[in-house]
Design a protein around this ligand. Structure first.
Ligand SMILES: [Zn+2]
Ligand SMILES: [Zn+2]
Length: 285
């Protein structure tokens, strides 16, 4: 029997947007990034055979837009084989209940992220006092209560494979959240990074709206374990990705990605870790 699904009690529309909103980019023939307001979702699969999965599920109220974007790429009435989550923050699961209802597909996430997806555990409160300008100041608006997907969500296979994403493996990249994962394909070194690192300057709302590019650490207001976040970025940089779709900001490839990641790894303490904030441990600087 299906358990009923519900969003957290603080679930709401967040009126934040960017110039990239509504824009889709084919990064590789089988990798398509689409921006919902300020967050990216990703379709993995080649439109030629119509089989695909959806990585992450956008913002509150975006289900119709996501279904439309999927149908535009994979044909009317298309349906992904699964929805795979990098993590469970509100901006990555905003439309998921409507999508699961519509498509009747399973959802997968890391085992450690599951309590936040089945109504058992809230994420820590966002930290409006963290260094990070207007977005941090807005962050108390951001929902952090857990969604409940009931028995619609399952853990990713322990062997590292990703259901219905052949060739990809999941990589545990904690720090931003405990069960955060990224997806990597060894064959062409394509990476879906989630919020392990992003490609937006973080210091003002203006830069988020205009999506001014900069390879940077995870969004600050929600990141609680900076040491783990740094290790996760190192882990991803060591894979030497050739292309990356990040949770926020434009896709990256080639030299911009390589040098951006190198700069981030070497300067994570000054670039990514905020100078102050309640989740900042004075010892990491
Ligand atoms: Zn996040
Ligand atoms: Zn995010």
């Amino acid at each position: 029997m299906d358990k009923e699904m519900s969003y957290g009690s603080d679930y709401k529309f967040i009126p934040a947007t960017s110039i990239g909103s509504g824009v889709g980019i084919q990064v590789l023939p089988d990798l398509f990034s689409y921006t919902i307001q300020i967050v990216n979702i990703c379709f993995v699969g080649n439109p030629d055979n119509g089989e695909f999965v959806l990585v992450d599920a956008g913002m509150t109220g975006s289900a119709d837009e996501i279904i439309e974007a999927a149908e535009e790429r994979f044909g009317e009435g298309c349906r992904p084989k699964a929805i795979i989550l990098t993590h469970g923050h509100f901006d990555h699961v905003g439309a998921i209940i409507e999508l699961v209802d519509h498509w009747q597909v399973p959802v997968y996430a890391h085992e450690i992220e599951l309590p936040y997806l089945v109504g058992q555990k809230s994420y820590p409160d966002p930290d409006p006092s963290v260094e990070g300008g207007m977005v941090a100041k807005m962050s108390p608006l951001f929902p952090n209560e857990p969604i409940n997907l009931g028995n619609h969500v399952e853990k990713l296979p322990p062997d590292g494979s990703v259901p219905d994403m052949p060739g990809f493996r999941w990589i545990h990249t904690p720090g931003h959240t405990p069960g955060h994962v990224s997806f990597f394909r060894d064959e062409d070194r394509a990476l879906i990074a989630g919020d392990a690192f992003i490609n937006v300057k973080q210091d003002s709302l203006y830069k988020v709206m205009t999506q001014e590019e900069e390879v940077n650490g995870p969004p600050r207001y929600f990141t609680t374990d900076w040491r783990a976040a740094w290790d996760s970025v190192k882990k991803l940089a060591e894979l030497n990705p050739s292309t990356a779709i990040t949770g926020h900001g434009a896709p990256l490839s080639g030299e911009a990605l390589t040098s951006g990641l190198e700069r981030l790894v070497n300067n994570f303490d000054s670039l990514a870790i905020p100078d102050y904030g309640k989740y900042v441990d004075g010892n990491i600087h």
